[in-house]
Design a protein around this ligand. Structure first.
Ligand SMILES: Nc1ncnc2c1ncn2[C@@H]1O[C@H](COP(=O)(O)OP(=O)(O)OP(=O)(O)O)[C@@H](O)[C@H]1O
Ligand SMILES: [Mg+2]
Length: 367
């Protein structure tokens, strides 16, 4: 295993008329054995970062080290990808269609000149670990999507890499299979203490596997923290939205009171706030009730129910203040709530995020 360190890493793609700063000065240390997740919107440099680490892209500027070894430097690859001890699993698993599962997994070992008996032993071991023993003589077209994905992972792991690089590895799986695949990767990563970088725009991938996550926006690392902290204390509004569903509401604050509408208000979680701000409230930090209080919750005001729908195991209910129909807030509810009915909205105040008009988190600065 190895630690991975980047110093002011940059990649600029030059086109005839424009340049794209795909990776824009990333300095980061991923300790040996850590599962590191990279979260970010589409087109913001996640894959480019991973390809730089792999040695498949030449940095425009900056250095990359595996342990203390310089592997990439400005304008040059110092250690070729095949000598870095890396394994990659991409979104498209790219199995060889004319090879059996066995031969697909054996391919990197045979390529490296590993003796036949050793190849056989290692292929069978990893196939057993990943539940592929029964399909070793099948061709990719004869196995399920989940089995294809496990074959791609087996092919990556059979080399005993020092660093595992995963680029959106689950996006081709249907939702039901994704949880199992995430659990599998997590288990193997933890058991082997395998330095792993997983890149995804789906927070569920990052939250289920990564011990530490970095958020890349416009090629820049804007926050590095444990996934729960990224979720709870996002550095800005964009990070908050990447982490999961969140209501973002324009508000006015005066004398320590946040006004959502004229009648709907809550005490400011930050002292001495005055002026215009944006509130971030996750649907699970809100509650609809006939009562005006609940343990740990603060009353916001009277709301009218617009729609209540069942999504992925929970009810999502959309409500508006009774005096302002233009404001809409999404609330997680235990069951279906009749549209047209009026309820009290309660909030878990310490979880409310306050952003400046530019979207920077003020809650973070306070803590
Ligand atoms: N070979 C290339 N030539 C020119 N521009 C490129 C090249 N590769 C990537 N880019 C540009 O660099 C930026 C970052 O791309 P990248 O693939 O790293 O994004 P990403 O975060 O992985 O996106 P996604 O989530 O959609 O996979 C994009 O604007 C992309 O168009
Ligand atoms: Mg990508």
């Amino acid at each position: 295993m190895a630690s991975v360190r980047t110093e002011n890493l940059k990649k600029i793609f030059k086109k005839s008329k424009s340049e794209v700063h795909a990776v824009d000065g990333i300095t980061l240390t991923i300790p040996d054995g850590q599962a590191f997740g990279v979260l970010g919107p589409s087109g913001h440099g996640k894959t480019t970062f991973l390809r730089l680490v792999a040695g498949l892209e030449v940095p425009t500027d900056g250095n990359i080290y595996f342990d203390d070894d310089l592997v990439s430097a400005p304008g040059r690859i110092v250690v070729e990808p095949e000598h870095r001890g890396i394994a990659m699993v991409f979104q498209l698993w790219a199995l060889y269609p004319n090879m059996t599962v066995y031969d697909n997994i054996a391919f990197p070992l045979r390529n490296a000149g590993v003796p036949k008996s050793e190849v056989d032993k290692r292929v069978r071991e990893i196939a057993e670990e990943l539940g592929l023993t029964r399909v070793l003589d099948h061709y990719p077209r004869e196995i399920s999507g989940g089995q294809m994905q496990r074959t791609a992972i087996a092919r990556a792991l059979v080399k005993n890499p020092r660093v595992l690089l995963l680029d959106e590895p689950f996006s081709n799986l249907d939702a039901a299979m994704r949880d199992g695949a995430r659990a599998l990767v997590r288990r193997i990563q933890r058991e082997r203490k395998l330095t792993t970088i997983i890149v995804s725009h789906d927070p569920a991938d990052i939250f289920s596997i990564a011990e530490v996550a970095g958020v890349i926006i416009n090629g820049k690392l804007v926050q590095v923290a444990p996934p729960t902290e990224i979720y709870d204390k996002p550095a800005n509004e964009t990070v908050a939205k990447l982490g999961g569903d969140i209501n973002v509401i324009d508000v006015k604050v005066s004398d320590g009171i946040i006004y959502i509408s004229n009648s709907v208000k809550l005490p400011s979680p930050i002292p001495k706030l005055e002026g215009k701000f944006r509130l971030g409230i996750r649907p699970e930090d809100l509650m609809l009730s006939d009562s005006t209080d609940a343990p740990g919750m603060t009353l916001v005001g009277r709301f009218k129910v617009k729609v209540s729908s069942y999504v992925a195991g929970i009810f999502r209910t959309l409500v508006s203040p009774t005096d302002d129909d233009s404001i809409e807030i999404l609330v997680n509810t235990n069951g279906y709530v009749e549209p047209g009915s009026e309820k009290n909205l309660l909030v878990r105040l310490p979880k409310v995020k306050v952003f400046s008009e530019k979207g920077e988190s003020l809650t973070l600065a306070r803590s």
